[in-house]
Design a protein around this ligand. Sequence first.
Ligand SMILES: [Zn+2]
Ligand SMILES: [Zn+2]
Length: 134
Amino acid sequence: MIEGGCNCGGVRYRIEGAPITVAACHCTRCRRQSGGTFSVNLVVPIAQMTVTGALSRFTDRDTTSGAAVQREFCGTCGSPIRSLIDASPGIAAVKAGTLDDPDPYAPALHVFTRSKVAWVEVPAGVPQFVENAG
Ligand SMILES: [Zn+2]
Ligand SMILES: [Zn+2]
């Protein structure tokens, strides 16, 4: 069982099973929303995720694909929790920084490296994609 939550404790979540993959996204939208220089996400089937507490939502339409991304966060403390990608129904991208224990989840791939911050280094041997993977 994977568990995590926001800074104020109002939102908690549990994920059953292992993530499909762990992806670091360097796109400008994820950067701004996460407040970090890139965003690390556990890609999980949304049916395997249980959330308690109220998530607020921003519908992000300024995406490369044109498909909206629903960015969900704690409306009280502002911690970003997950993104639901309209182009990939049934999948949630959960912010790894909100996990109680992120240690096991190093990124397996890095996407949107065309907008990677210059001083961020992708570890050697980890696959990189200029835009989306695949
Ligand atoms: Zn909160
Ligand atoms: Zn992104």
